[in-house]
Design a protein around this ligand. Structure first.
Ligand code: NAD
Length: 251
């Protein structure tokens, strides 16, 4: 689990999985750039990191906006001198609906954040990592990127796309000392999960049982896996989609 880099960027770090991962990086002595559209939540993450003795700064960034993403990478390098690890985690869920009921608006919203956002972040992170000669990127996919997700077709498509971007980038930069992997969580206890339960309480009640372990995951369990993928111990691992799912996809 040794992390020899110095600086990490985490998008969507104002809460949930992103915040837990930002905290985990900071605990390992990594300086963290906390990026999000939610300034209040982002500032809270920075305060939590500082209270624990770590170093972090909040940068407001909408991952759909090319200029803001470009600026995020530039600010990271100006502030802390490098960009060694990136966790492209910002993502949104969709309302439960069958494919034939979907709208253009919802399709565009999901694809903009979950696919265009990850692509844009990778584009500018990779430009810097190529100059630097090293780096490790982890993208937030999902078990919905590995198979069907009934009533969440566009979300599933967006997470399949994240894996397409991850695997292809892994090959393109394999000889450049840059590794690119993805994390595929099942349901994790975050605000996103709470919203899904509120949308359909019946489905919400059944969710823990969909996991062979009989429970949903904890944010710290995802953070630990992201740090592993960034660590020197994963030095020969690239293009991998790591499932962290309480056994869900083993069934
Ligand atoms: P969350 O809703 O708790 O947090 C997501 C964060 O992303 C929020 O802080 C939000 O402000 C930020 N964000 C949203 N749109 C943004 C944008 N355009 N630019 C920058 N930041 C933006 O979600 P979470 O549960 O922590 O999920 C994090 C990631 O993990 C997502 O990509 C999600 O799809 C994925 N995921 C979550 C689960 C789960 O069950 N929670 C399961 C599998 C995958």
């Amino acid at each position: 689990m040794k992390l020899s880099g110095q600086v990490a960027v985490v998008t969507g770090a104002a809460g949930g999985i992103g915040r837990a991962t930002a905290l985990a990086f900071a605990e390992e002595g990594i300086k963290v750039v906390v990026a999000d559209i939610n300034a209040q939540g982002g500032a809270e993450t920075v305060s939590l990191i500082e209270a624990a003795g770590g170093t972090a700064v909040f940068v407001s960034c909408d991952v759909r906006d090319e200029e803001q993403v470009k600026q995020l990478v530039a600010t990271t390098v100006e502030t802390y001198g490098s960009l060694d690890y990136a966790f492209n985690n910002a993502g949104i869920e969709m309302e439960n609906q069958r494919l034939h009921d979907g709208s253009m608006r919802s399709f565009d919203m999901i694809m903009d954040v979950n696919v265009k956002g990850v692509w844009l972040c990778m584009k500018y992170q990779l430009q810097h990592m190529l100059k630097q000669g090293s780096g490790a990127i982890v993208n937030a996919a999902s078990v919905a990127g590995l198979g069907a997700a009934p009533k969440m077709a566009v979300y599933a498509a967006s997470k399949h796309a994240v894996l397409g971007l991850t695997r292809t980038a892994a090959i393109e930069y394999a000889r450049k000392n840059i590794r690119v992997n993805a994390i595929c969580p099942a349901v994790i206890d975050t605000a996103m999960y709470q919203r899904v339960c509120e949308m359909d309480p019946k489905i919400g009640q059944r969710i823990p049982e969909l996991h062979p372990m009989g429970r949903v995951g904890r944010v710290e369990e995802i953070a630990a896996s992201v740090l592993y993928l960034c660590s020197d111990g994963a030095g020969f691992t690239t293009g991998h989609a790591l499932t962290v799912d309480g056994g869900m996809t083993a069934v």
